[in-house]
Design a protein around this ligand. Structure first.
Ligand code: LLP
Length: 456
Protein backbone atom coordinates (compact mmCIF):
# COMPACT_ATOMS: atom_id res chain seq x y z
CA UNK A 1 0.00 0.00 0.00
CA UNK A 2 1.89 3.09 -1.16
CA UNK A 3 1.56 6.36 0.73
CA UNK A 4 -1.73 7.99 -0.06
CA UNK A 5 -1.76 11.49 -1.45
CA UNK A 6 -2.50 14.14 1.10
CA UNK A 7 -5.96 15.52 0.82
CA UNK A 8 -5.95 18.23 3.42
CA UNK A 9 -5.34 18.56 7.13
CA UNK A 10 -8.85 17.32 7.91
CA UNK A 11 -7.89 13.78 6.96
CA UNK A 12 -4.71 13.63 9.02
CA UNK A 13 -6.21 10.98 11.26
CA UNK A 14 -6.67 8.46 8.45
CA UNK A 15 -3.15 8.83 7.10
CA UNK A 16 -1.04 5.66 7.33
CA UNK A 17 2.30 7.13 6.31
CA UNK A 18 4.09 10.23 7.58
CA UNK A 19 2.72 13.52 6.41
CA UNK A 20 5.65 14.31 4.11
CA UNK A 21 6.05 10.78 2.73
CA UNK A 22 5.84 10.28 -1.03
CA UNK A 23 7.00 7.83 -3.65
CA UNK A 24 9.16 9.13 -6.50
CA UNK A 25 8.51 7.98 -10.07
CA UNK A 26 11.28 5.42 -9.53
CA UNK A 27 9.33 3.92 -6.62
CA UNK A 28 11.67 5.29 -4.00
CA UNK A 29 10.07 6.35 -0.73
CA UNK A 30 11.02 9.82 0.47
CA UNK A 31 10.21 11.26 3.88
CA UNK A 32 10.95 14.85 4.81
CA UNK A 33 12.46 15.28 1.35
CA UNK A 34 15.08 12.57 1.96
CA UNK A 35 15.18 9.28 0.06
CA UNK A 36 14.95 6.25 2.32
CA UNK A 37 17.82 4.39 0.54
CA UNK A 38 20.06 7.40 1.19
CA UNK A 39 19.15 7.29 4.87
CA UNK A 40 20.02 3.61 5.03
CA UNK A 41 23.31 4.27 3.24
CA UNK A 42 24.16 6.85 5.88
CA UNK A 43 22.74 5.34 9.07
CA UNK A 44 22.41 1.63 8.33
CA UNK A 45 19.49 -0.77 8.51
CA UNK A 46 17.13 -1.33 10.24
CA UNK A 47 16.33 2.30 10.79
CA UNK A 48 13.56 4.24 12.46
CA UNK A 49 12.75 7.39 10.48
CA UNK A 50 10.78 10.16 12.11
CA UNK A 51 9.02 12.95 10.20
CA UNK A 52 9.50 16.11 12.26
CA UNK A 53 6.78 18.00 10.40
CA UNK A 54 4.32 15.20 11.11
CA UNK A 55 5.04 15.19 14.89
CA UNK A 56 4.83 18.95 15.13
CA UNK A 57 1.67 19.12 13.03
CA UNK A 58 -0.15 16.55 15.14
CA UNK A 59 1.04 18.08 18.41
CA UNK A 60 -0.21 21.49 17.29
CA UNK A 61 -3.44 19.96 16.02
CA UNK A 62 -4.09 18.28 19.37
CA UNK A 63 -3.40 21.44 21.25
CA UNK A 64 -5.74 23.44 19.03
CA UNK A 65 -8.48 20.81 19.14
CA UNK A 66 -8.42 20.10 22.86
CA UNK A 67 -7.49 23.46 24.37
CA UNK A 68 -10.73 25.18 23.48
CA UNK A 69 -11.65 28.66 24.67
CA UNK A 70 -14.97 27.31 25.95
CA UNK A 71 -13.19 24.65 27.98
CA UNK A 72 -9.44 25.19 28.42
CA UNK A 73 -7.24 22.13 28.58
CA UNK A 74 -3.62 21.13 28.95
CA UNK A 75 -2.24 18.53 26.60
CA UNK A 76 0.63 16.41 27.89
CA UNK A 77 2.53 14.21 25.47
CA UNK A 78 2.71 10.65 26.86
CA UNK A 79 6.44 10.14 26.61
CA UNK A 80 6.23 6.36 26.86
CA UNK A 81 5.23 6.27 23.19
CA UNK A 82 8.65 7.53 22.09
CA UNK A 83 11.08 9.67 23.98
CA UNK A 84 14.33 11.43 23.19
CA UNK A 85 15.35 14.97 24.03
CA UNK A 86 14.63 15.99 20.42
CA UNK A 87 11.06 14.70 20.58
CA UNK A 88 10.50 16.33 23.97
CA UNK A 89 11.65 19.67 22.53
CA UNK A 90 9.42 19.40 19.45
CA UNK A 91 6.28 18.76 21.46
CA UNK A 92 7.18 21.41 24.04
CA UNK A 93 7.69 23.91 21.22
CA UNK A 94 4.17 23.08 20.07
CA UNK A 95 2.76 23.86 23.50
CA UNK A 96 2.43 20.38 24.99
CA UNK A 97 3.55 19.34 28.46
CA UNK A 98 5.18 15.96 29.12
CA UNK A 99 3.61 12.97 30.84
CA UNK A 100 6.51 10.96 32.28
CA UNK A 101 5.80 7.60 33.84
CA UNK A 102 9.20 6.77 35.30
CA UNK A 103 12.25 8.52 36.65
CA UNK A 104 13.97 7.69 33.36
CA UNK A 105 11.38 9.47 31.25
CA UNK A 106 11.46 12.34 33.71
CA UNK A 107 15.25 12.56 33.40
CA UNK A 108 15.06 12.75 29.59
CA UNK A 109 12.36 15.44 29.70
CA UNK A 110 14.43 17.47 32.16
CA UNK A 111 17.57 16.96 30.07
CA UNK A 112 15.63 18.33 27.11
CA UNK A 113 15.06 21.52 29.07
CA UNK A 114 11.31 21.05 29.45
CA UNK A 115 9.89 23.38 32.11
CA UNK A 116 9.34 21.07 35.15
CA UNK A 117 6.05 22.83 35.84
CA UNK A 118 4.83 21.41 32.50
CA UNK A 119 5.73 17.84 33.46
CA UNK A 120 3.34 15.40 35.09
CA UNK A 121 4.63 12.25 36.78
CA UNK A 122 2.75 8.97 36.54
CA UNK A 123 3.71 5.48 37.63
CA UNK A 124 1.98 2.58 39.32
CA UNK A 125 4.99 1.87 41.54
CA UNK A 126 6.99 5.06 41.89
CA UNK A 127 10.11 4.66 43.94
CA UNK A 128 11.07 6.98 46.74
CA UNK A 129 13.96 8.22 44.58
CA UNK A 130 11.63 8.97 41.65
CA UNK A 131 9.26 10.89 43.89
CA UNK A 132 12.16 12.75 45.47
CA UNK A 133 13.46 13.80 42.04
CA UNK A 134 9.98 14.90 41.00
CA UNK A 135 9.46 17.00 44.12
CA UNK A 136 12.95 18.49 44.20
CA UNK A 137 12.90 19.47 40.53
CA UNK A 138 9.48 21.07 40.86
CA UNK A 139 7.47 18.78 38.61
CA UNK A 140 4.05 20.34 38.08
CA UNK A 141 1.87 17.42 39.02
CA UNK A 142 2.16 13.94 40.48
CA UNK A 143 -0.60 11.46 39.78
CA UNK A 144 -1.15 9.28 42.83
CA UNK A 145 -1.68 5.62 42.03
CA UNK A 146 -1.55 3.99 45.48
CA UNK A 147 -2.29 5.00 49.06
CA UNK A 148 1.29 4.59 50.23
CA UNK A 149 2.41 7.31 47.82
CA UNK A 150 0.40 9.86 49.77
CA UNK A 151 2.57 9.41 52.86
CA UNK A 152 5.75 9.26 50.82
CA UNK A 153 5.07 12.45 48.87
CA UNK A 154 3.94 14.27 52.02
CA UNK A 155 7.18 13.31 53.74
CA UNK A 156 9.35 14.30 50.77
CA UNK A 157 7.45 17.59 50.42
CA UNK A 158 8.13 18.35 54.09
CA UNK A 159 11.84 17.55 53.63
CA UNK A 160 12.00 20.02 50.74
CA UNK A 161 9.67 22.49 52.43
CA UNK A 162 7.30 22.69 49.46
CA UNK A 163 3.67 22.00 48.65
CA UNK A 164 2.97 19.44 45.91
CA UNK A 165 0.03 19.41 43.49
CA UNK A 166 -1.38 15.93 43.09
CA UNK A 167 -4.15 14.14 41.23
CA UNK A 168 -5.75 10.83 42.16
CA UNK A 169 -5.77 8.21 39.43
CA UNK A 170 -9.23 6.70 39.57
CA UNK A 171 -10.22 3.27 38.32
CA UNK A 172 -13.60 4.12 36.90
CA UNK A 173 -14.57 0.57 35.89
CA UNK A 174 -14.84 1.14 32.15
CA UNK A 175 -14.06 -1.66 29.72
CA UNK A 176 -12.34 0.04 26.80
CA UNK A 177 -12.86 -1.83 23.54
CA UNK A 178 -9.24 -2.53 22.85
CA UNK A 179 -6.66 -5.26 23.48
CA UNK A 180 -6.82 -6.56 27.07
CA UNK A 181 -3.21 -5.58 27.80
CA UNK A 182 -3.80 -1.95 26.80
CA UNK A 183 -7.17 -1.41 28.49
CA UNK A 184 -6.58 0.13 31.90
CA UNK A 185 -9.72 1.27 33.69
CA UNK A 186 -11.62 -1.96 34.32
CA UNK A 187 -11.54 -3.13 37.92
CA UNK A 188 -9.38 -6.26 37.81
CA UNK A 189 -5.99 -4.74 36.94
CA UNK A 190 -3.15 -2.91 38.61
CA UNK A 191 -3.77 0.77 37.83
CA UNK A 192 -5.46 3.43 39.88
CA UNK A 193 -7.60 3.59 42.99
CA UNK A 194 -11.02 2.06 42.76
CA UNK A 195 -14.09 4.24 42.64
CA UNK A 196 -16.42 1.33 43.35
CA UNK A 197 -14.52 0.17 46.45
CA UNK A 198 -14.35 3.68 47.93
CA UNK A 199 -10.52 3.68 47.83
CA UNK A 200 -10.47 6.72 45.55
CA UNK A 201 -12.44 8.91 47.95
CA UNK A 202 -10.40 7.55 50.84
CA UNK A 203 -7.27 8.69 48.99
CA UNK A 204 -8.82 12.12 48.41
CA UNK A 205 -9.62 12.47 52.11
CA UNK A 206 -6.09 11.52 53.11
CA UNK A 207 -4.57 13.98 50.64
CA UNK A 208 -6.81 16.77 51.90
CA UNK A 209 -5.60 15.95 55.42
CA UNK A 210 -1.95 16.43 54.40
CA UNK A 211 -0.91 20.09 54.69
CA UNK A 212 1.94 19.60 52.18
CA UNK A 213 -0.32 18.18 49.46
CA UNK A 214 -2.86 19.98 47.31
CA UNK A 215 -5.55 17.85 45.66
CA UNK A 216 -5.83 19.61 42.30
CA UNK A 217 -7.52 16.96 40.26
CA UNK A 218 -8.74 13.52 39.37
CA UNK A 219 -7.32 11.35 36.62
CA UNK A 220 -8.72 8.56 34.48
CA UNK A 221 -7.12 6.73 31.57
CA UNK A 222 -9.42 4.12 30.07
CA UNK A 223 -7.05 2.45 27.62
CA UNK A 224 -5.28 2.80 24.34
CA UNK A 225 -6.01 2.72 20.60
CA UNK A 226 -9.56 3.98 21.20
CA UNK A 227 -11.51 4.90 18.06
CA UNK A 228 -14.56 6.73 19.40
CA UNK A 229 -15.68 8.79 22.39
CA UNK A 230 -18.14 6.34 23.92
CA UNK A 231 -15.71 4.99 26.56
CA UNK A 232 -15.07 8.53 27.76
CA UNK A 233 -18.79 9.03 28.40
CA UNK A 234 -19.02 6.56 31.27
CA UNK A 235 -15.58 7.50 32.56
CA UNK A 236 -16.39 11.23 32.63
CA UNK A 237 -19.78 10.69 34.27
CA UNK A 238 -18.23 8.56 37.01
CA UNK A 239 -15.29 10.82 37.64
CA UNK A 240 -17.52 13.90 37.77
CA UNK A 241 -19.69 11.97 40.22
CA UNK A 242 -16.64 11.42 42.40
CA UNK A 243 -15.69 15.11 42.13
CA UNK A 244 -19.12 16.13 43.42
CA UNK A 245 -18.87 13.60 46.22
CA UNK A 246 -15.49 15.09 47.22
CA UNK A 247 -17.02 18.57 47.10
CA UNK A 248 -20.07 17.58 49.17
CA UNK A 249 -18.38 15.29 51.67
CA UNK A 250 -14.90 16.76 51.94
CA UNK A 251 -15.53 20.37 50.99
CA UNK A 252 -12.91 20.57 48.23
CA UNK A 253 -13.63 21.66 44.65
CA UNK A 254 -11.81 19.59 42.04
CA UNK A 255 -10.14 22.06 39.70
CA UNK A 256 -8.81 19.66 37.08
CA UNK A 257 -10.02 16.56 35.29
CA UNK A 258 -7.38 14.60 33.44
CA UNK A 259 -8.99 12.12 31.07
CA UNK A 260 -5.75 10.46 29.98
CA UNK A 261 -4.75 9.48 26.48
CA UNK A 262 -5.57 6.55 24.27
CA UNK A 263 -6.69 8.28 21.10
CA UNK A 264 -6.28 5.71 18.34
CA UNK A 265 -4.56 5.87 14.96
CA UNK A 266 -4.85 3.98 11.67
CA UNK A 267 -2.32 1.19 11.13
CA UNK A 268 -4.07 -0.29 8.10
CA UNK A 269 -6.72 0.98 5.68
CA UNK A 270 -9.32 -0.93 7.75
CA UNK A 271 -8.71 1.25 10.81
CA UNK A 272 -11.07 4.18 11.07
CA UNK A 273 -10.38 6.31 14.13
CA UNK A 274 -12.51 9.36 14.76
CA UNK A 275 -10.94 12.67 13.71
CA UNK A 276 -8.99 14.54 16.37
CA UNK A 277 -11.30 17.55 16.28
CA UNK A 278 -14.41 15.38 16.45
CA UNK A 279 -13.07 13.41 19.40
CA UNK A 280 -12.18 16.63 21.24
CA UNK A 281 -15.62 18.10 20.57
CA UNK A 282 -17.39 14.90 21.63
CA UNK A 283 -15.39 14.74 24.89
CA UNK A 284 -16.18 18.40 25.66
CA UNK A 285 -19.90 17.70 25.19
CA UNK A 286 -19.63 14.65 27.42
CA UNK A 287 -17.88 16.62 30.17
CA UNK A 288 -20.28 19.56 29.89
CA UNK A 289 -23.32 17.27 30.15
CA UNK A 290 -21.85 15.34 33.08
CA UNK A 291 -21.02 18.56 34.95
CA UNK A 292 -24.46 20.05 34.21
CA UNK A 293 -26.17 16.96 35.53
CA UNK A 294 -24.01 17.00 38.65
CA UNK A 295 -24.43 20.74 39.19
CA UNK A 296 -20.68 21.20 39.08
CA UNK A 297 -18.60 23.98 37.54
CA UNK A 298 -16.61 22.69 34.56
CA UNK A 299 -13.03 21.99 35.69
CA UNK A 300 -9.93 22.57 33.60
CA UNK A 301 -9.29 19.53 31.43
CA UNK A 302 -6.09 17.66 30.69
CA UNK A 303 -5.23 14.94 28.15
CA UNK A 304 -2.25 12.68 27.58
CA UNK A 305 -2.04 11.46 23.98
CA UNK A 306 1.06 9.49 23.05
CA UNK A 307 0.46 7.27 20.05
CA UNK A 308 -1.64 9.87 18.25
CA UNK A 309 1.24 12.38 18.34
CA UNK A 310 4.13 10.21 17.10
CA UNK A 311 2.63 6.98 15.77
CA UNK A 312 2.19 7.92 12.16
CA UNK A 313 5.27 10.13 12.02
CA UNK A 314 7.52 7.09 12.27
CA UNK A 315 8.40 4.34 9.84
CA UNK A 316 10.83 1.47 10.19
CA UNK A 317 13.04 0.60 7.25
CA UNK A 318 14.44 -2.92 6.92
CA UNK A 319 16.61 -4.68 4.39
CA UNK A 320 15.19 -7.86 2.94
CA UNK A 321 17.31 -10.96 3.53
CA UNK A 322 16.01 -14.45 2.83
CA UNK A 323 12.68 -15.21 1.20
CA UNK A 324 11.04 -18.61 1.61
CA UNK A 325 7.91 -19.81 -0.15
CA UNK A 326 5.83 -21.92 2.22
CA UNK A 327 2.96 -24.07 0.91
CA UNK A 328 -0.32 -23.46 2.74
CA UNK A 329 -2.25 -26.27 1.03
CA UNK A 330 -4.96 -25.96 -1.63
CA UNK A 331 -2.28 -24.59 -3.94
CA UNK A 332 -1.85 -21.44 -1.89
CA UNK A 333 1.51 -20.27 -0.66
CA UNK A 334 2.95 -17.56 1.50
CA UNK A 335 6.31 -15.88 1.15
CA UNK A 336 8.18 -15.55 4.42
CA UNK A 337 10.22 -12.41 3.91
CA UNK A 338 12.94 -12.13 6.54
CA UNK A 339 14.24 -8.71 7.45
CA UNK A 340 17.24 -7.60 9.48
CA UNK A 341 15.26 -6.61 12.61
CA UNK A 342 12.08 -8.00 14.11
CA UNK A 343 10.45 -8.33 17.51
CA UNK A 344 13.37 -6.51 19.16
CA UNK A 345 12.52 -3.29 17.30
CA UNK A 346 8.76 -3.87 17.02
CA UNK A 347 7.22 -6.04 19.71
CA UNK A 348 3.67 -4.98 18.99
CA UNK A 349 2.80 -7.66 16.44
CA UNK A 350 4.00 -10.46 18.73
CA UNK A 351 2.53 -8.94 21.90
CA UNK A 352 -0.81 -7.54 20.72
CA UNK A 353 -1.35 -9.20 17.39
CA UNK A 354 -1.03 -5.72 15.91
CA UNK A 355 -1.45 -5.14 12.18
CA UNK A 356 0.86 -3.00 10.09
CA UNK A 357 1.12 -1.75 6.53
CA UNK A 358 4.36 -2.09 4.61
CA UNK A 359 5.72 -1.28 1.17
CA UNK A 360 8.78 -1.76 -1.01
CA UNK A 361 10.69 1.47 -0.50
CA UNK A 362 13.80 1.28 -2.71
CA UNK A 363 12.53 0.75 -6.27
CA UNK A 364 9.44 0.36 -8.38
CA UNK A 365 8.04 -3.03 -9.31
CA UNK A 366 5.48 -3.76 -11.98
CA UNK A 367 5.15 -7.39 -10.91
CA UNK A 368 2.06 -8.99 -9.43
CA UNK A 369 1.98 -9.22 -5.68
CA UNK A 370 2.39 -12.31 -3.51
CA UNK A 371 0.90 -13.05 -0.10
CA UNK A 372 3.76 -12.37 2.27
CA UNK A 373 4.59 -12.36 5.93
CA UNK A 374 7.38 -10.07 7.03
CA UNK A 375 9.34 -11.78 9.78
CA UNK A 376 12.39 -10.87 11.80
CA UNK A 377 15.69 -12.60 12.49
CA UNK A 378 14.98 -13.68 16.06
CA UNK A 379 14.78 -17.22 17.32
CA UNK A 380 10.99 -17.34 17.71
CA UNK A 381 8.25 -18.27 15.30
CA UNK A 382 6.18 -15.42 16.74
CA UNK A 383 8.82 -12.97 15.53
CA UNK A 384 6.49 -11.39 13.00
CA UNK A 385 6.61 -7.76 11.90
CA UNK A 386 3.75 -7.68 9.40
CA UNK A 387 1.40 -10.65 9.51
CA UNK A 388 -0.17 -10.22 6.08
CA UNK A 389 1.24 -8.11 3.30
CA UNK A 390 1.03 -8.20 -0.48
CA UNK A 391 4.53 -7.60 -1.76
CA UNK A 392 5.86 -7.72 -5.33
CA UNK A 393 6.69 -11.14 -6.77
CA UNK A 394 10.18 -10.01 -7.70
CA UNK A 395 11.10 -8.96 -4.14
CA UNK A 396 14.72 -9.91 -3.53
CA UNK A 397 17.51 -9.73 -0.98
CA UNK A 398 18.79 -6.18 -0.60
CA UNK A 399 15.42 -4.52 -1.27
CA UNK A 400 14.29 -2.09 1.38
CA UNK A 401 10.91 -2.46 3.04
CA UNK A 402 9.23 0.34 4.98
CA UNK A 403 6.66 -0.36 7.69
CA UNK A 404 4.23 2.47 8.43
CA UNK A 405 2.96 3.64 11.78
CA UNK A 406 5.92 2.59 13.90
CA UNK A 407 6.57 5.93 15.61
CA UNK A 408 4.84 4.90 18.83
CA UNK A 409 5.70 1.99 21.14
CA UNK A 410 8.31 0.46 18.84
CA UNK A 411 11.61 2.10 19.79
CA UNK A 412 10.28 2.66 23.29
CA UNK A 413 9.49 -1.05 23.73
CA UNK A 414 12.57 -2.28 21.90
CA UNK A 415 15.03 -4.76 23.34
CA UNK A 416 18.41 -6.24 22.55
CA UNK A 417 16.99 -9.75 22.28
CA UNK A 418 19.49 -12.10 20.64
CA UNK A 419 22.02 -9.29 21.12
CA UNK A 420 20.74 -7.28 18.21
CA UNK A 421 21.88 -3.69 18.59
CA UNK A 422 18.93 -1.32 18.53
CA UNK A 423 18.47 0.72 15.34
CA UNK A 424 19.05 4.45 15.20
CA UNK A 425 16.18 6.92 15.17
CA UNK A 426 16.75 9.68 12.63
CA UNK A 427 14.61 12.75 12.11
CA UNK A 428 14.02 14.11 8.64
CA UNK A 429 12.88 17.53 7.59
CA UNK A 430 13.30 19.78 4.55
CA UNK A 431 15.71 17.44 2.79
CA UNK A 432 17.94 16.99 5.84
CA UNK A 433 18.37 14.23 8.41
CA UNK A 434 19.80 14.12 11.90
CA UNK A 435 20.26 11.53 14.60
CA UNK A 436 17.68 11.50 17.38
CA UNK A 437 19.02 8.32 18.98
CA UNK A 438 22.14 6.75 17.56
CA UNK A 439 22.37 3.11 16.55
CA UNK A 440 23.72 0.78 19.21
CA UNK A 441 27.03 -0.86 18.49
CA UNK A 442 28.53 -4.18 19.49
CA UNK A 443 30.61 -2.19 22.00
CA UNK A 444 27.38 -0.91 23.56
CA UNK A 445 26.17 -4.48 23.89
CA UNK A 446 29.39 -5.59 25.59
CA UNK A 447 29.71 -2.53 27.79
CA UNK A 448 27.58 -3.95 30.61
CA UNK A 449 29.44 -7.25 30.64
CA UNK A 450 32.64 -7.02 32.71
CA UNK A 451 33.97 -10.10 30.93
CA UNK A 452 33.34 -8.50 27.59
CA UNK A 453 35.60 -5.57 28.35
CA UNK A 454 38.80 -7.61 28.88
CA UNK A 455 40.05 -6.76 25.40
CA UNK A 456 40.41 -3.10 26.40
N1 LLP B 1 -1.77 8.22 29.93
C1 LLP B 1 -1.63 7.11 30.65
C2 LLP B 1 -1.88 7.14 32.09
C3 LLP B 1 -1.24 5.92 30.03
O1 LLP B 1 -1.11 4.82 30.74
C4 LLP B 1 -1.00 5.91 28.64
C5 LLP B 1 -0.58 4.69 27.95
C6 LLP B 1 -1.15 7.11 27.93
C7 LLP B 1 -1.55 8.25 28.61
C8 LLP B 1 -0.90 7.22 26.45
O2 LLP B 1 -1.71 6.37 25.71
P1 LLP B 1 -1.76 6.53 24.11
O3 LLP B 1 -2.36 7.87 23.80
O4 LLP B 1 -0.37 6.43 23.61
O5 LLP B 1 -2.58 5.39 23.69
N2 LLP B 1 2.32 -0.44 24.51
C9 LLP B 1 0.94 -0.33 24.07
C10 LLP B 1 0.28 0.89 24.60
C11 LLP B 1 0.36 0.96 26.09
C12 LLP B 1 -0.11 2.26 26.58
C13 LLP B 1 0.13 2.40 28.04
N3 LLP B 1 -0.35 3.62 28.56
C14 LLP B 1 0.91 -0.36 22.55
O6 LLP B 1 1.95 -0.52 21.94
O7 LLP B 1 -0.16 -0.30 21.96
Amino acid sequence: MPPQPRDGAGSLHAQLWPLTARFTDEGVLEVGGVAVPDLVAEYGSPLYVLDEVDVRTRAAQFRAAYDDRSMPADVYYAAKALLATTVARWVSDEGLGIDASTGGELAVALAAGVDPARILLHGSNKSYAELDTAVSTGVGRIVIDSLIEIDRIAQIAAEHDVTVDVLVRVTVGVEAHTHEFIATAHEDQKFGLSLADGVAIDAAARIIGEPRLRLVGLHSHIGSQIFDASGFEVAAARIVGLATQIRDELGVEIAELNLGGGMGIAYTPDDDPIEVVDMATAIRTIVRDACDRAGMAIPRLAFEPGRAIVGQAGITVYEVGTIKQVQLGHGAQRAYVSVDGGMSDNLRTALYDADYTCALASRASMEDTMLSRVVGKHCESGDIVVRDAWLPDDLRAGDLLAVAGTGAYCRSMSSQYNYLPRPAVVAVRDGRSRVVLRRETMEDLLRLDPGGMTHE
